[in-house]
Design a protein around this ligand. Structure first.
Ligand code: G6Q
Length: 559
């Protein structure tokens, strides 16, 4: 029997749930559950201003959460008992906080100013980071200015970034988010899926002699990326008909120089990053090369400065005024104490249309864990499910369930005070919807109000909105490269805070690794001409046989 099971048998809780702050929150939750946000706001006319924070240009209104001052006190106590300040320092100082991979977690060094020292394993990593940034900048300028020519002497007009997961979602999201600032004379596309459609559709209208591929892969071993990279090479060489063309049309971003060379890309055309940068934390490393080509080196630096501003705030602000810490603690409250199993992220900004998808990886790959850092099975829920869509579109579909369904779904509303594309009354209408939605979710529509509108009795229950549905509202002045950096860093550190509360390793991803291995075993069974000997479960065996038969290679295919 392991230590955890033994303790359970003795009737004791383990780890996190045994903390006095955790049990205090459980107890306190019973007092909060009957409280309605209507009452909480009525009792404290200043609540909306009091429960709000400003940091690095972002404003967070968290007053529409189902909390009291006592909730906050207990959550902050939990953060203290879980040692959050020391954990923050350990991360920034390059300690090996990614325990299962025995690595430092230093995405914060990617945006540290030139004069800062960040030492891990005896090396100051800032000079290396800056050197790569400078190489990226030189290359990006050459491509943008037309100095970097393709094999036939034509300028590069198209950039296709090939990668998947952490080597794709950040660049796609950032490209879309910063499109307003991007080079409009160039075309940027992203290929991630091993489904051939992704590659074919991304390239069908492009000329190979004007197209640059950036192959992004930390390991340079990922099946999808390498398969797409080979397809790209074939596509280029079919037209360019000269191996030497690879040097002008392919660059790589990786930690694996050997793998890059083996693929046939000159390592002089490789932009490096390091094992202490996790895939989902890498959009501000060389993985962001496509972003830098799109918006230019200076604006990329502005984005890094935005990240850094939030890093500084997270590292130095007292917990009670610490925006990522508060957001992370509220997420723990909503999920572990109020029982919410999902969070909706609702950006009211069309340019952030890929932000929810980006956050899904950041949050769910980081905190979708079932054991503690020490390897014990947790006996509480960890990372909730993140999802979302840009507003106002979602209002005409899934918001119904948020307003009147039986499940509690905390929402993060994100809005900007200035639009990048003024058009009549549209921006005011957009933002009016942010405020109206969070208001309606919090306060609802009571029976009395519904009746006062002359609603017939039989219809009243259908029209009642109970309210008391929690939300955060994040407001910024304007979407800029810096704001984007600040916003991403806010979520990164909120995720970290949650991981610390749950005592899990937010920086490994063994589930993803399993997926990578399984496909590698099954692919040859689908491809082989000879009938393979299948040793899977009966469901998988039957699916494989059916697929082989219908694709025309399996037993009886021609029968
Ligand atoms: C991210 C994960 C995962 C990874 C991809 C791509 O944190 O580790 O999404 O980014 O599997 O891996 P490579 O960059 O090694 O190709």
């Amino acid at each position: 029997m392991n230590a955890q099971a033994e303790r359970r048998q003795r009737g004791g809780e383990v780890g996190v749930r045994a903390l006095e702050a955790w049990t205090g929150l459980q107890e306190h939750c019973r007092a909060v559950e009957p409280l309605h946000l209507r009452q909480l706001f009525a009792d404290d006319p200043k609540r909306g201003e009091r429960l709000a924070l400003e940091a690095a240009g972002l404003y967070l209104d968290y007053s529409k959460n189902r909390i009291t001052d006592e909730t906050l006190r207990l959550l902050l106590r939990l953060a203290e008992q879980r040692g959050l300040p020391a954990r923050i320092e350990a991360m920034f100082r390059g300690e090996h906080i990614n325990v299962s991979e025995r690595r430092a977690v230093l995405h914060t060094a990617l945006r540290a100013p030139k004069n800062e020292r960040v030492v891990t394993d005896g090396t100051d990593v800032v000079p290396e980071v800056q050197a790569v940034l400078e190489r990226m900048a030189r290359f990006a300028e050459q491509v943008r200015s037309g100095q970097w020519l393709g094999h036939t002497g034509k300028r590069i007009r198209n950039v296709i970034s090939i990668g998947i997961g952490g080597s794709d979602l950040g660049p796609v999201m950032a490209y879309e988010a910063l499109r307003f600032y991007g080079e409009r004379t160039m075309t940027f596309r992203f290929v991630s899926n091993v489904d051939g459609t992704d590659f074919i559709e991304a390239t069908r209208d492009l000329a190979p002699d004007e197209t640059l591929f950036i192959i992004c892969s930390k390991t340079f071993k990922t099946l999808e990326t390498l398969t797409n990279a080979h397809a790209a090479r074939d596509w280029s060489l079919r037209t360019l008909r000269d191996e030497r063309a690879v040097a002008r049309h392919f660059v790589a971003v990786s930690t694996n120089a050997e793998g890059v060379a083996q693929f046939g890309i000159d390592t002089a055309n490789m932009f490096e990053f390091w094992d202490w940068v996790g895939g989902r934390y890498s959009m501000d490393s060389a993985i962001g090369l496509s972003t830098m080509i799109a918006i230019g080196p200076q604006q990329f630096r502005d984005m890094l400065a935005g990240f850094h501003a939030m890093d500084q705030h997270f590292r130095t602000a007292p917990l009670a005024q610490n925006m990522p810490a508060i957001m992370g603690l509220l997420a723990v409250w909503n999920s572990n104490f109020l029982g919410a199993s999902t969070v909706a992220v609702l950006p009211y900004e069309q340019y952030l249309k890929r932000f929810p998808a980006y956050l899904q990886q950041l949050t769910m790959e980081s905190n979708g864990k079932h054991v503690t850092g020490g390897g014990e099975r947790v006996d509480y829920d960890t990372g909730p499910i993140y999802w979302g869509e840009p507003g106002t579109n979602g209002q005409h579909s899934f918001y119904q369930l948020i307003h009147q369904g039986t499940r509690l779904i905390p929402c993060d509303f994100i809005g900007f005070c200035q639009t990048l594309n003024p058009l009549g009354p549209q921006h005011d209408l957009l933002i009016a919807n942010v405020f109206a939605q969070s208001e309606a979710l919090a306060f609802g529509k009571s029976e009395q109000e519904v009746k006062a509108e002359g609603t017939p009795d039989w219809l009243v229950p259908h029209r009642i909105c109970e309210g008391n549905r929690p939300s955060n509202t994040i407001l910024a002045e304007r979407l800029t490269p810096a704001t984007l950096g600040t916003l991403v860093a806010l979520y990164e550190h909120s995720v970290f805070t949650q991981g610390v509360m749950w005592d899990i390793d937010s920086f490994d991803q063994w589930g993803v690794e399993l997926g990578k291995q399984l496909a590698a075993r099954t692919a040859p069974e689908l491809e082989s001409v000879a009938e393979p000997k299948l040793a899977h479960d009966s469901s998988t065996n039957a699916l494989i046989r059916r697929y082989r038969r219908l694709k025309g290679t399996g037993a009886g295919a021609r029968a």
